[in-house]
Design a protein around this ligand. Sequence first.
Ligand code: ATP
Ligand code: MG
Length: 664
Amino acid sequence: MNAPSSAIESVLVENRVFPPSEAVQKNARISGMPAYEALCAEAQKDYEGYWARLARENVVWSKPFTQVLDESNPPFYRWFADGELNASANCLDKHMGTAVEHKTAIIFEADDGQVTKVTYRELLQRVAQFANGLKSLGIQKGDRVLIYMPMTIEGVVAMQACARIGATHSVVFGGFSAKAVQERIVDVGASAVITSNFQMRGGKELPLKAIVDEALAMGGCEAVKHVLVYERTATACKMVAGRDITFTALLNGQSTECPPVAVGAEHPLFILYTSGSTGKPKGVQHSTGGYMLWARQTVNWTFDMKDSDVFWCTADIGWITGHTYVAYGPLAAGATQIVFEGVPTFPNAGRFWQMIERHGCTVFYTAPTAIRSLIKAAESDEKVHPKNWNLSSLRILGSVGEPINPEAWMWYYKNIGGERCPIVDTFWQTENGGHMVTPLPGATPLVPGSCTLPLPGITAAIVDESGNDMPNGAGGILVVKKPWPSMIRNIWGDPERFKKSYFPEELKGYYLAGDGAVRSEDRGYFRITGRIDDVLNVSGHRMGTMEIESALVAKTDLVAEAAVVGRPDDLTGEAICAFVVLKRPVPTGEEAKALANELRNWVAKEIGPIAKPKDIRFGENLPKTRSGKIMRRLLRSIAKGESITQDTSTLENPAILEQLAKTN
Ligand code: ATP
Ligand code: MG
């Protein structure tokens, strides 16, 4: 662990505050700060009692639990361990016979704009039928099934069907290479793969099944007995006799009834790999009971979900956000949600705004990377500016995945939310299962760029490298002091790495998130300052990367996106290098020099001379994970002039590395 030895100085001061409007607060599930504080007090007074109450209210148990938290073998915590349930029954069966039964569960919009809707009843039938298909192949409780599917109703059905029979799924994003698929098949020991012949993205038909074939041919995948193939398009793909089966053949004659298999609360619902921003992805193992509790509870709290809402989380099911806030949470909450197959820039960069208008979306949840790229698009082309669409249906906006720079926050607030919609900036990780630190739309006064306060019961704190609490205003390491129900249970098959990565001894047994953060002096609000491995030390001043990046992005006439890293420097210990994407073509020669100087002076003025980047490099883009996060670890190598030898399996755009290495 590369922990700061002293406080990280926080230099970014944000004075804008947006209290919840009366309209939003009035009918909110958590209305006003006293309601939030009452829940926090309840959790503090009787921690286990609080979680037990939420678990009884949010989850349907086929066998009620009598134990709450089992701490006998830390950090392998167990929650509600003698209880039994089924995740799919908690999303579907429980709505039958209620007003939700015939409500639309999913509004699916395909890449080409075609819309399909399914009700909760229909979804249950499809899941049950698919589950029977899985059973007919001999797949059963405890088996691992790898899912490599496009964003489709069928993708959600596949996940739910695995859950229904107690098989543990592991979803791999449909953009990953054969090598990444093979590694995950081997790591989880999958006995079946669910895929699609092709996927449609941006008007193009891209192969999926062929990539699975390639992965299986790489070896080590002998445990895979079946490959299930969804016929997304009419184009044929190669089928291996005896191993491969189409969805049509699989489902033919299968009953639409399938009783859900009860599993213990600790049964692994899924294994999901992290994004790989800071290193080789980790296979995060989640539980069933604690996970389902938090998936449903956070949908209701953070998004204040109402019967009339039309929810849209733009994340792919290949990410944790697409698990908790597409495949499980909204269904457990009985919400209507939009599932989108395509990309935000096809047929043009107005697609999201057009879809919000078309479907009357009320709660919209996306990532800063999407917001930043759509700002850039809107500012260079009037035709795709959100003002061209009627976005008045929106009532709540959300952000997830990276810190959102205050200037991007303001643009989102004004241009998408019409200065009417609260923005919930939700901090959480694959390992967390659900939201951790986030505003509540009807309670928390918002500060741009801040994820504000922990949800009730989440004991997030900021400590030094020995686990001592830091005062407000002084930054440090973000930890969670007590176990919580939806936390990671293990790194699949690697308990040693699990202990070392998340529960280092020097931190008193606290969960280590790996992010640096600071709490504001006035409100105690959390702000993420960057990954702890990315902390800069310039002449003894410790700074988070986020501060300098936000200052650069605040130069709104020029800068679309920025990433900051350090490189060794004889004079200052570490020198700041900024990689900048402009809202204009990549400059060269004298123009580049002049712009770099302008930006240096700008940062000096915004933060102080100490934060002035020594190097500024311009590029068309930044290296990002396929989930859209900036990979600063690669930029660190480029800044040092090293060649890249690290794991790049989750890198979206390898070509950018060369471009950035060349420019100066
Ligand atoms: P890896 O763990 O493999 O390096 P990763 O950390 O990017 O990858 P994820 O679990 O997808 O994998 O992302 C979690 C991280 O995303 C957090 O640790 C944090 O750095 C960042 N993050 C997510 N939401 C927010 C947010 N609202 N504000 C700030 N940072 C966020
Ligand atoms: Mg991480």
